[in-house]
Design a protein around this ligand. Structure first.
Ligand code: ADP
Ligand code: ZN
Length: 756
């Protein structure tokens, strides 16, 4: 007897296996977990597509995750599976981003969940926000209780804070508004009673104004025009390519890529600009606003939580046409990315060394490929890696030959410190040679500005006891404590430890015996004030520029010529344009050349070239004086000759001989732990299991230069392989053999930039 038809269908329906899917959770886990699709109110499972953001139970927590590609394992028993708790309303993450997350995880040997976490970095942005109670300003007729004279209500400072915040834009939730203004929610409600703000029900507006693409930029020179036409047609073609925009500082690279951004906006696609120090580029933002009439969306660590959420949502919805940000902006969920610019592409700060170790410039090239869009790497001193990619045809190059407006490049002169020794000051040793002092005097007398550059924060890098030779060291790190005289404190620049300067030597207890050794910028400021009492001296370092506003205030003071003698660390090297700055003096040009870093020479060249580029950017000719004890060094010689390509040639030869990047590949393995002997035992077992591989070798273990950091002992291995062999595979199979004890941490750094 056959029972077909209806009975059979019902039977099948009842016995249908509940549907499952894979969800990648934002925990440091390698793969997606399996979950049951959620049940709707009708009792039927809701179908989800890959890329949808969901909240799922993990252990006792509910965490964000993303429905991942691929099918769930049907063999996992049902009772082991949990159900997806909630589906977020945020736009589905595109396949392009999911593939990018997988690629980055695979390349950097990081858990996929950790990489995804960088893309979902704003948990508040994932919340469902439909129909929330929001606040906005009431623009007409505030109720009385006001000032009889002005008719405006008198406000307490707490209330004023709320008004200041809300003025920006409406669409604030009560909690966000109170948090942003730093007041309690009763202050907000009080203002509502007063009738100055009102509430309404809506979804918050997550969007940025569209830049006005037809606002005209400057008339481009023929070279600039050729470069810009080339970039514009690449943007219109919507195809992947990597272009190096190579031109000295002041040649108009920014103006040229602004044209490409305009083209992307016209195509209806998004543009991303990665800058090394976004917080420091008020000048860049001002230029953008001038050119496009509106501000871009910014992405960096200083954003307020509310703005972070707004920006993340706007980017995902395609309502942030242009995003400018630090390296983490690369991980945002763009709706339709049509152009990536990496400005100052040679900058070391594009490498993240924390959590997921990745190089944002290199990963940006991968992302551009996934988005089928061009990527522009702009620099006056492209990295050797980048130039080798130009030579082997992987990248193309556009050259802007001269400075805009015909401003010449500055003359670079070397001061040999072995012969022109800085004289002692009454208060102690001096650091500025006669030649440099003379040049500063001339510059100030001519009514121009001078800058002294030293890439070292604080007053002195080392404090030592004259009696017993004891050096003041960080208790948690292999590092000297740096004196910061402004705060009368000693600081560790690695872990942040700080202590007040002791009166007596902590070792021999001698009185008045501790002396500062060597200069930091604060000490140069002291010398500058002493030698040039009439000058207006100012200091610009990362610890004095504590906020974007502070930086902007300082930049304005320099632009308005309220400062004529500027002392700074590398923060002054970054893209500023001061027309009256004609002299740059480098206090210690050799500083970056020491230490076992394979890129020491390249970095020094780039930094000094960039610092030199601050001099004479307008009609006044610039002059650069480098104080060095090694004037024959190729870095000093090529800087003097202004011959960047010769420097790159010499550098390429040195690297090729040593099979170093980009002619060979590196991966560093950093092993750390709180117990030194446990660490050394584990490293010894790692060393014993080093595999034999043709074309590759593993060196180590060696104590790291920072052998103690934040109280953890550190050892390093280095995997060196031929260009054709990926170090990832070697690291993976070697490290998989041994499980690290729970207190020991093993970090793999592919393509390392730091060797500390
Ligand atoms: P880079 O990015 O290569 O350092 P910029 O784009 O910042 O160069 O240009 C340097 C300066 O010259 C800026 O003040 C810029 O506005 C100006 N400039 C560049 N090109 C032009 C142009 N074609 N017309 C007018 N000003 C220009
Ligand atoms: Zn320390």
């Amino acid at each position: 007897m056959q029972d077909g038809g209806q009975g059979q269908a019902l039977f099948e329906e009842m016995n249908k296996q509940p549907l499952r899917c894979r969800v990648q959770v934002i925990l440091p886990i390698e793969r997606p977990y399996d979950y049951l699709l959620p049940y709707g109110s009708d009792g039927i499972q809701v179908e989800l597509e890959p890329g949808q953001v969901v909240m799922v139970p993990v252990g006792r927590r509910i965490l964000p995750g993303v429905v991942w590609d691929g099918v769930a394992d049907e063999n996992v028993p049902l009772k082991k599976l949990k159900e997806i708790a909630e589906v977020s309303e945020v736009p589905t993450l595109r396949e392009e981003l999911r593939k990018f997350v997988e690629w980055v995880a695979n390349y950097t040997l990081s858990p996929q969940g950790s990489v995804l976490k960088m893309a979902l970095s704003v948990p508040q942005a994932l919340e469902n926000l439909v129909g929330q109670k929001l606040y906005r300003l009431v623009t007409d007729n505030p109720k009385e209780e006001g000032d009889a004279d002005t008719g405006k209500p008198r406000l307490t400072s707490a209330r004023q804070k709320v008004i200041d915040v809300i003025t920006d834009s409406g669409g604030w939730t009560l909690a966000d508004l109170a948090r942003e203004a730093g007041v309690s929610s009763s202050v907000v409600k009080g203002l509502e009673k007063l009738g100055l703000i009102e509430s309404y029900f809506d979804a918050p507006d997550f969007s940025f104004s569209v830049p006005k693409p037809d606002a005209v930029g400057p008339v481009l020179s023929p070279d600039q025009k050729a470069a810009s036409d080339d970039l514009v047609s690449r943007v219109q073609d919507q195809a992947f390519s990597t272009v190096v925009l190579d031109g000295v500082t002041g040649s108009g690279k920014t103006e040229v890529y602004f044209e490409a951004i305009e083209a992307a906006i016209k195509e209806g696609r998004q543009a991303l600009v990665l800058l090394p120090e976004i917080a420091l580029s008020s000048q860049w933002l001002d230029r953008f606003k001038k050119r496009f009439g509106v501000a871009p969306a910014e992405w960096h660590s200083d954003l307020t939580p509310a703005l972070r959420r707004k920006t993340w949502r706007a980017v995902a919805a395609g309502k942030a046409p242009v995003v400018v940000g630090a390296r983490s902006a690369l991980m945002l969920p763009y709706r339709d990315l049509g152009l990536i610019i990496v400005d100052e592409e040679h900058e070391g700060s594009f490498k993240q060394e924390d959590g997921v170790y990745y190089h944002a410039r290199d990963m940006a090239v991968v992302r551009a490929k996934g988005c089928s869009c061009p990527i522009v790497l702009a620099s006056a001193t492209p990295a050797l890696e980048t130039m080798v990619n130009v030579q082997n045809g992987r990248y193309e190059r556009l050259i802007l030959p001269g400075r805009h407006g015909g401003a010449g490049m500055p003359d670079v002169e070397l001061i040999d410190l072995r012969f022109d020794k800085p004289e002692r000051l009454q208060s102690g040793p001096g650091w500025l040679s006669q030649a440099l002092r003379g040049a500063i005097r001339q510059t100030l007398e001519a009514g121009e500005q001078a800058m002294l550059f030293l890439n070292r924060r604080g007053y002195a890098p080392l404090t030592l006891c004259r009696t017993c030779g004891h050096r003041l060291q960080c208790p948690h790190c292999t590092a000297w404590l740096v004196e910061h005289r402004r705060f009368r404190r000693l600081q560790c620049h690695h872990c942040g430890f700080s202590a007040s300067l002791p009166e007596n030597c902590p070792s021999c207890e001698a009185e008045d015996s501790l002396v500062p050794c060597g200069p930091g910028v604060e000490r140069i400021v002291e010398e500058a004030k002493l030698l040039f009492p009439e000058a207006n001296v100012a200091l610009m370092a990362s610890d004095t520029m504590t906020s974007p506003a502070a930086t902007k205030a300082m930049v304005d003071r320099i632009q308005n010529r309220e400062v004529n003698l500027l002392v700074g660390t590398q923060v002054v090297a970054k893209g500023y344009h001061f027309p009256f700055l004609t002299l740059v003096g480098v206090v210690d040009a050799d500083l970056g050349l020491f230490g076992g870093d394979l890129r020491a020479a390249e970095r020094t060249f780039q930094l000094l070239h960039q610092v030199a580029g601050r001099a004479g950017r307008a009609e006044h000719k610039g002059r650069v004086l480098l104080q060095t004890s090694d004037p024959k060094h190729p870095v000093m010689q090529t800087l003097k000759e202004g011959d960047r390509d010769k420097f790159l040639e010499i550098e390429a030869e040195t690297r090729a001989r040593g099979h170093l990047p980009p002619f060979g590949r590196l991966a560093a393995v950093i092993v750390s732990g709180p117990d030194e002997s446990e660490l050394d035992n584990f490293c010894a077992s790692l060393a014993r299991s080093i595999p034999q591989i043709d074309g590759a070798q593993i060196l180590g273990p060696a104590p790291a230069p920072l052998a103690l950091l934040r109280g953890k002992f550190r050892r390093r291995f280095l995997i060196m392989s031929k260009r054709t062999i990926a170090p990832q595979g070697i690291a993976r199979s070697w490290l998989a053999q041994l499980k690290a004890p729970s207190r020991i941490k093993v970090i793999v750094d592919i393509d390392p930039y730091s060797f500390l």
